[in-house]
Design a protein around this ligand. Structure first.
Ligand code: KG4
Ligand code: ZN
Length: 365
């Protein structure tokens, strides 16, 4: 990574972002004033549905089939030529590596052809900074990052500066939603299906555990809850699906248990954050699970009780998209955090590991 100073800090920067780390092929154009000029997401849901989950090889092939056309469409919608861009950002990890390669290679090729800066964006940083695109938030803030592969509480101190306060010791929240949907035969993708089913269910119908509730620290655990859902479904005769009302009750009970766990951990984290940073939040929720309206409602209450507020990007910016990648690219470009074309895509790339790199690149600035 090199550090360049941008000539005119007032100039509006425009970045094309590419996202291909899971089962959404996405391209977007975003400016440093937070204007989203294009934001296209092509879901591969239908291709993976028969398998009940994402098949990495199918995902990579599908990204390859669609990315060029999608980038072209995004540029058309933005009304821009490549030579009018200031940079090209792509998710460079973590994620399904075949798909990540496709996005990174596409972005590098455009960067090389048009002599533009390439910005290798950490997918989690995309989620982490999305609230600054939607809500123009200042640093620092407390972040609950809840997606298909992650469940973490972080203090976001700046671009590239993340302090992990806690995280799941087993499954991610999104994974628990997806498994619950599968156990109840609600289909794929699981999160929205469970949320939909829960709307007509009774959240007190099934007594489910709340693992880690009241425990010291800020870690999470969801595997025990998943097992309890399986046992409850089995006992009620709805394992794999069945009586719709009972399924709705169990979905609602599961969602309520998740809500209790997230609410308690966030309340505690807000206290800790206030002690460490001398300010009450704000609390930001990001990642696919943040699209869940019931959970957003719970977290809103928690933030209010702590004298803080909840900032939650609109659902379309919570689930995987390229606008958040373009925005993270804008933020990094503004700081001169540009990557070389030799940057290697990474299947694993913890958010905390960015801090050292950002510090080294911006040292002396
Ligand atoms: O951030 P994301 O789109 O992809 C990853 O980076 O993982 O998150 C996907 C996860 C999936 O597990 C999906 O079921 C969950 O987010 N999700 C939801 C909702 N929408 C998506 N979970 C609960 N309620 C939702 N409405
Ligand atoms: Zn994601």
């Amino acid at each position: 990574m090199t550090s360049l100073s941008t000539a005119d800090p007032q100039r509006e920067l425009t970045v094309l972002g590419i996202e291909t780390s899971c089962d959404e092929t996405a391209a977007a154009v975003v400016t440093s004033k937070g204007r989203i000029l294009a934001n296209l997401v092509l879901s591969q849901l239908d291709e993976h549905r028969p398998y009940g989950g994402v098949v990495p090889e199918i995902a990579a092939r599908s990204h390859l089939d669609h990315i060029d056309r999608l980038v072209e469409e995004a540029m058309q919608q933005a009304g821009l030529r490549f030579d009018e861009l200031d940079g090209i950002a792509a998710t460079a990890g973590p994620g399904l590596i075949g798909g990540v390669f496709v996005g990174v290679m596409t972005a590098k090729a455009i960067a090389l052809a048009w002599d533009l800066p390439f910005l290798a964006v950490n997918h989690l940083e995309g989620h982490a900074l999305s609230a600054r695109l939607s809500d123009d938030l200042a640093f620092p803030y407390l972040l609950l990052l809840v997606s298909g592969g992650h469940c973490q509480l972080l203090a976001v101190e700046g671009v590239g500066h993340y302090r992990r306060l806690g995280g799941t010791i087993d499954d991610a929240v999104g994974e628990a939603f997806d498994k619950t949907a599968k156990l109840l035969g609600l289909g794929y993708p699981g999160g929205p299906a469970v949320e939909q089913a829960a709307t007509s269910g009774d959240p007190t119908a099934f007594a489910l555990p709340r693992p880690m509730l009241g425990r010291p620290g800020l870690d999470f655990s969801f595997s025990g809850l998943k097992t309890a859902v399986r046992q409850a479904a089995d006992k009620a005769g709805i394992l794999g699906g069945g009586d719709a009302a009972l399924c709705a009750d169990l979905a609602a009970s599961f969602q309520a248990a998740v809500g209790d766990i997230l609410a308690e951990r966030c309340a505690k984290a807000l206290d800790l954050f206030a002690a460490d940073y001398g300010r009450a939040g704000p609390l930001v929720v990001a990642g696919g699970v943040a699209a869940n309206r019931s959970l957003r409602g719970r977290l809103e209450n928690v933030a209010e009780l702590a004298g803080s507020r909840l900032a939650a990007p609109p659902p379309a910016l919570c689930t995987d998209n390229a606008a958040m990648i373009a925005w993270a690219g804008v933020e990094r470009l503004g700081l001169g955090l540009i990557d070389g074309l030799d940057f290697a895509a990474r299947p694993r790339w913890p958010l905390e590991s960015l801090s050292g790199a950002a510090q080294a690149a911006t040292a002396g600035r």
